[in-house]
Design a protein around this ligand. Structure first.
Ligand SMILES: Cc1ncc(COP(=O)(O)O)c(C=O)c1O
Length: 411
């Protein structure tokens, strides 16, 4: 990987029509803009293959081919097997289905570790298992920084631990948790690992084999795609998970965890995400079209460097302001942090700050972003929440200047 190659930002921005408006958009952690190639893929699927994909006539087999391609490419994107993927409407619902499929496998006295850093999607469904005698242990954040300390995790792990749930990265704190290390320790103790990758996926490459996780979930609407979500379930667990679909589908591993089936046009449109990464790779590295796996391997480092650059710019300002309390790491190290920045301002409500920033044509938001337990642990009123300014690689340094000027004028 050539260290000196920089992300060609005008090229990137051209792939997102939504960027042509005047708004400096810093709410991608809520939902990113959609790449043009995704919109094209969705439209052409609906136009050219307007039929259900499981009949034997030509249009239907074409639809089926498109879906198979999208599923194979998704597998390559995260280094999984196509049979290990479930496409559901959202991470919250996928997590709900997973919890129901797993829960009959837990016995009274079994232990689950959850964090108070997570979005509620990877928390509430597991905590509810306490109603059936499962012991829920909480891996708590440091209340001043929002970080999870790995030593605290080791102290919670016991011979009764059956499942560990954590975020790859929090949608509030922005720090990257060392999932591979957690998985190693959890597996050694006989526990499975479930990771929420929603806040991580747009920023760094996901490799489920390298992470060695059992369950990994994220949502495509944060990854330049449509409003659907992926659940990776390691092959060896599929057979024993309890059926959540019609009784006669219990032996169909591709269907039993997907009640209602998948949204065909949305799944087909995922090809547009992978085409975007492939085009990005070809544009920067000049070779022919590579496999999806190769292209994400090459392009994510470019993305990380550009993000780190913008993160440094914003952090320099946020760190210099005595009335601003930044949550999470104050250094822009791309290996430890993604560019999702949450902060509060002394003696001001977050709502007030956001109203002020928006007046300058800058899109940010304040909320607890459904990581309510995280905010409560940080001592922040979850009704007012934090001010969150989140970037992805299509943002520019000029936009960060606008963001800083808007914060400064408001604060
Ligand atoms: C970290 C994180 N996890 C889970 C979710 C929930 O995803 P979904 O809206 O697909 O249920 C979100 C949504 O904001 C999130 O930021």
């Amino acid at each position: 990987m050539k260290e000196n190659i920089k992300l060609d930002l005008p090229y990137v921005r051209n792939q997102f029509t939504a960027l042509s408006n005047e708004l400096a958009f810093f709410d991608s952690a809520g939902g990113s803009y959609v790449a043009e190639s995704v919109i094209d893929s969705a439209c052409s699927f609906m136009r050219e293959t307007p039929v259900q994909p499981y009949s034997r006539f030509e249009q239907s087999t074409q639809a089926n081919r498109q879906l198979s391609r999208a599923i194979e490419q998704t597998a390559a994107f995260i280094n999984a097997e196509p049979s290990e993927l479930i496409f559901g409407p959202s991470t919250t619902l996928n997590m709900y289905v997973l919890a129901h499929a797993l829960s009959p496998l837990f016995a009274r006295g079994d232990e689950i570790i959850v964090t108070n850093q997570d979005h509620e999607a990877n928390s509430g469904v597991w905590r509810k298992m306490a109603e059936h005698g499962v012991v829920v242990r909480e891996w708590k954040i440091d209340p001043s920084t929002g970080e999870l300390d790995p030593t605290d995790f080791e102290n919670l792990l016991t011979e009764q631990s059956k499942l560990v749930c954590l975020p790859h990265c929090s949608n509030i704190v922005g720090s990257i948790n060392d999932v591979a290390s957690v998985t190693r320790k959890a597996h050694a103790a006989g526990a499975l690992v479930c990771v929420d990758g929603v806040a991580f996926a747009p920023h760094r490459r996901i490799d489920v084999k390298q992470l060695d996780v059992d369950f990994y979930l994220f949502s495509f609407y944060k990854l330049f795609g449509p409003h659907i979500a992926l659940m990776f379930i390691r092959q060896e667990h599929l057979a024993q998970l309890h059926n959540q679909n019609h009784y006669f589908l219990q032996d169909d591993l591709s269907k039993k965890l997907n009640p209602g089936g998948m949204n065909y046009e949305a799944v087909a449109s995922l090809q547009g995400i992978y085409r975007y990464f492939q085009d990005l790779s070809r544009h920067h590295f000049g070779s022919g079209r590579e496999s999806v796996g190769e292209s994400v391997e090459r392009t994510y480092p470019l993305i990380a460097r550009h993000e780190q650059n913008m993160a440094g710019q914003l952090l320099e300002y946020l760190n210099s302001h005595s009335r601003i309390r930044l949550i999470g790491l104050s250094v822009p190290d791309a290996s430890r942090r993604v560019p999702t920045f949450s902060f509060t301002v002394r003696d001001r409500s977050s709502q007030d700050i956001v109203d002020g920033i928006i007046r300058h044509g800058v899109g940010v938001n304040n909320h607890n972003f459904y990581a309510r337990r995280c905010l409560e642990a940080l001592g922040i009123d979850p009704r007012d929440g934090v001010v969150r300014a989140s970037m992805v690689h299509y943002n520019s340094r000029k936009e960060v200047d606008r963001l800083i000027a808007a914060i400064d004028a408001t604060v």
